[in-house]
Ligand binder design. Structure first.
Ligand code: ADP
Ligand code: ASP
Ligand code: MG
Length: 405
């Protein structure tokens, strides 16, 4: 549809009723400027985590169907509250859950993927001057059960709706006024990026910049949907995420990320035989655990050390699998280290500039920051460091590559 934007408001933007008033005013001012708006909302700040904690109080590993029914409920509250605030401003508005809209997903509870969206209802509403307010984060599987799209999933709902409705743009309103060279809450000298290409944003999101959920960027990139990150607290210009071709000058490094939810598993003195990596990693993957950075040391005495990282939430389960495995491997000791962090530098300019890695390692060395593991791709270099050094690492690298300039 022409002249249509999808606007998504995150948790902090709808933290209390005053914030709902402010968001309603923003929606109204967009409509008054002459565009049609479909709104997507997240749960009020802290609500999803509160619901997750409640579930875990009652069942250590909550049943996936009931877990999703529970944690998706915060979005329904937000959608209805915003519709009320819009009605109070004399606008026609209707809230919708994923079920009411036919927002279908696969069956992966907790990390479902959107498979189709029925846009008929939304299009009819827009034609009738109704402002639809849609619950983010949730979907419905083929059995009609509620699913959720993973933490931060309202971003993905918004971009997917923008794509399905052929909107002109998807606007993500949050508590920062754009995508920065690093998390502005971690380093004050972080600088706002005016425009960034999908490829770089994909890396930043996948490496820990939670400002956009990775799947939302995947959707946007695949369907070339421009995404703009804006603040709902100030009216400063945000960041546009778009194609590389759009006149962007590619910086060598465009951003730095760091994670705070990774663990490292070390398997020492395992037999150094062909196929050992597959033997160690296959059972982990089969258990649905994503493996991130992997290092196998050069063996000696027919023994080797093998290290890999996983998300904290999966680390105990992974350690248990390894414990069972070493009994069949014929030896090995396991160590689980939870306080690690992955710090990454990202930039498409790296493709044509040599020496970024050397500069990165030197800057870390000068600050006495020990590198545990290294992983690289065409446009990023990641290092695993101890968690208490992650801020110092981000700061050192931000200064080294002069990202504040
Ligand atoms: P919302 O609740 O609106 O979805 P999120 O908390 O999910 O908001 O995302 C916004 C947060 O992302 C910011 O407050 C900021 O701390 C964090 N963030 C991490 N990396 C970046 C970055 N490179 N640029 C901007 N924000 C970032
Ligand atoms: N409310 C969900 C969460 O906290 C989804 C979102 O905010 O995007 O993860
Ligand atoms: Mg978010």
């Amino acid at each position: 549809m022409n002249n249509l934007i999808v606007q998504k408001y995150g948790g902090t933007s709808v933290a209390n009723t005053e914030r709902f008033q402010a968001v309603a005013d923003l929606v109204v001012s967009s409509i008054n400027s002459g565009v049609n708006v479909v709104v997507v909302v997240s749960a009020m700040a802290g609500e999803t985590q509160r619901l997750i904690n409640l579930a875990k109080e009652l069942q250590e590993t909550p049943d996936p169907r009931e877990y999703d029914a529970l944690v998706s409920s915060g979005e329904q509250v937000s959608a209805a509250l915003l519709a009320l605030a819009l009605k109070e401003r004399n606008f026609l508005s209707k809230s919708y859950t994923a079920h009411q809209l036919g927002l279908k997903t696969d069956n992966s509870h907790g990390k479902a993927r959107i498979s189709s969206i029925d846009t008929d209802t939304l299009k009819k509403d827009i034609d009738s001057g109704i402002v639809p307010v849609v619950t983010g984060f949730q979907g419905v599987n083929a059995s009609g059960d509620i699913t959720t799209l993973g933490r931060g999933g309202s971003d993905t709902t918004a971009v997917a709706l923008a794509v399905a409705l052929k909107a002109d743009e998807c606007q993500i309103f949050t508590d920062v006024d754009g995508v920065y060279t690093t998390d502005p809450n971690v380093y004050k000298k972080a600088k706002k990026i005016e425009k960034i290409c999908f490829e770089e944003m994909l890396e930043l999101s996948s490496l820990g910049a939670k400002v956009l959920q990775i799947r939302s960027v995947e959707f946007a990139s695949k369907y070339e949907m421009p995404v703009r990150v804006l603040s709902s607290f100030s009216s400063t210009g945000g960041t546009l995420i778009t194609n590389e071709e759009s006149g962007l000058e590619s910086a060598v490094i465009s951003g730095i990320t760091c994670t705070d939810d990774d663990s490292k598993l070390i398997l020492r003195n395992v037999p150094d035989t062909p196929g050992i990596a597959a033997k160690i990693l296959s059972p982990i993957s089969k258990a649905g655990i994503d493996i991130d950075v992997i290092v196998q040391n050069v063996g000696s005495d027919k023994l080797t050390d093998f290290t890999f990282t996983v998300k904290n939430e999966h680390s105990n389960k992974a350690a248990k699998i390894l414990n069972d495995l070493v009994k069949t491997l014929g030896g090995g000791e396991i160590e689980l280290v939870k306080d690690i962090s992955k710090v990454s530098v990202v930039g498409v300019g790296m493709k044509s500039h040599a020496g970024v890695a050397a500069r990165m390692f030197k800057a870390l060395a000068e600050k006495q920051i020990n590198i545990d593991m290294i992983s690289t791709s065409e446009i990023k270099i990641s290092v695993v460091v101890s968690k208490d050094k992650s801020k110092a690492a981000v700061t050192a690298l931000h200064d080294e590559f002069e990202l504040d300039k």
